[in-house]
Design a protein around this ligand. Structure first.
Ligand SMILES: [Zn+2]
Length: 390
């Protein structure tokens, strides 16, 4: 087992590594890393397993699966009417309803079936009964079922490893502090810095807040690298990210447009509005043709065809993530959506991975990676090689 330090930074794009506020003290230049289409849960499951979503069946936080939903008890027709009424109510009342409903659900769900994944997403309460959440903590034993994660492998081989990051340690300064201790105590240290992502969403990619955070991360990470390399001269350091971040310039109210059709959400079709995607499940042919036709007229986005989904590793063979996926162009955002509600973020990711602004990076010391671009499913092999696992 090779002594190894793996540092993950959420949301640090390739274009921003080695700019004035962030320069890694590593012997090799960073290489470009192409993310998969999707959000954090998609990138996480790929990077820690080396498998694409079509192989693991894990992509979005929630999968369409009414029969296994822990929220089956929310599927009442009355709740749908209540949701519709509340949607038309004044903003203050809506916020209050959301808080009360969500806290009640959180309490009751934990009591009925404890799980860690229900977060403050703005998914309408009445829609939850159609979905089953994944275990959000990918570091938990066996959380991807049959598919082994790097953490499962390290555990099964009895490696003295330590993971410090989301969801147990959320603040960067704490990851740094605990990481410095772990370098002296553990053989394999895996650290996750996640604050930059939310700062870029909230304030924008080129904001002072994001630049300040980059400066802080730069100091933390070079500090960790220096301590690790001085204590382990033959050890390997890998620093990488999961995606870049693009500036949001336009928003599209896909939900408003679809709601104008003479169809009922939850009866003729089911919709799910991600920040950069709108996904649909069709219950009637009329709904399929009307919604498809409408989406084709919306500028700033496209329907992903089967060939495209296959090439993106998103051909699931079932309807877990939708019968149809509409993806917006870089710089657009679906608003309102079930991630940010009605707030339009200033920075976003989850666009088509061909956009350079979405690209992540990977940098390491010792042996350089002999390529200038790799994809997210190739990161896992780099870990395995560095760790010396055969
Ligand atoms: Zn994000």
């Amino acid at each position: 087992m090779n002594k190894t330090l793996i540092v993950f930074i959420d949301g640090l794009g390739y274009d921003r590594v080695n700019d004035s506020s962030f320069t890694l003290n590593l012997s090799n230049e960073p290489i470009r890393l192409t993310p998969a289409l999707g959000y954090s849960s998609a990138q996480q499951s790929i990077m820690w397993t080396g498998k694409m979503p079509s192989e693991t069946g894990r992509w979005s936080e929630l999968a369409y699966s009414p029969e296994s939903s822990p929220w089956w008890w929310l599927g009442s027709r009355y709740l749908m009417y209540l949701d519709e009424l509340v949607a038309r109510a004044p903003r203050k009342f809506r916020s209050l309803y959301e808080i009360v409903a969500r806290e009640t659900i959180r309490f009751l769900s934990g009591w009925i079936r404890p799980f860690r994944s229900y977060d403050a997403f703005a998914v309408p309460v009445s829609k939850l009964s159609h979905f089953t959440p994944y275990e959000s903590d990918i570091h938990q034993p066996g959380c991807l079922g049959e598919t082994e994660t790097l953490f499962d492998i390290l555990r099964s081989r009895g490696v003295n490893y330590r993971y410090i990051g989301y969801p147990d340690v959320k603040e960067d300064h704490e990851v740094h502090g605990k990481g410095m201790e772990a370098i002296m105590e553990n053989d394999v240290i895996i650290l996750g810095f996640t604050e930059l992502d939310s700062i870029e969403h909230h304030y924008g990619v080129d904001s002072r807040e994001a630049r300040d955070k980059l400066g802080e991360l730069n100091a933390f990470i070079n500090d960790l690298i220096a301590l690790f390399e001085s204590s382990n001269p033959d050890g390997t350091v890998i620093v990488f990210s999961d995606h870049g971040m693009s500036e949001v310039k336009h928003s599209i109210d896909v939900q408003g447009r679809v709601n104008c059709l003479d169809l009922r959400d939850g009866y003729d079709y089911l919709s799910f509005y991600d920040a950069t995607m709108a996904r649909f499940w069709f219950y009637t042919e009329a709904a399929e043709s009307m919604i498809t036709e409408l989406l084709r007229t919306i500028e700033g986005g496209v329907i992903l065809e089967d060939d495209e989904l296959r090439s993106l590793g998103l051909d699931f063979g079932d309807d877990a993530f939708g019968d149809l996926i509409f993806l917006v162009d870089e710089g657009f955002v679906v608003s309102p959506n079930y991630f940010q509600g009605r707030t339009v973020p200033r920075g976003m990711h989850g666009y088509h991975p061909r956009n350079p602004g979405q690209h992540a990076f990977l940098a390491k010391n010792d042996e350089p990676v002999p390529r200038s671009t790799i994809s997210m499913d190739e990161v896992f092999d780099i870990f395995i090689q560095a760790l010396g696992i055969t």
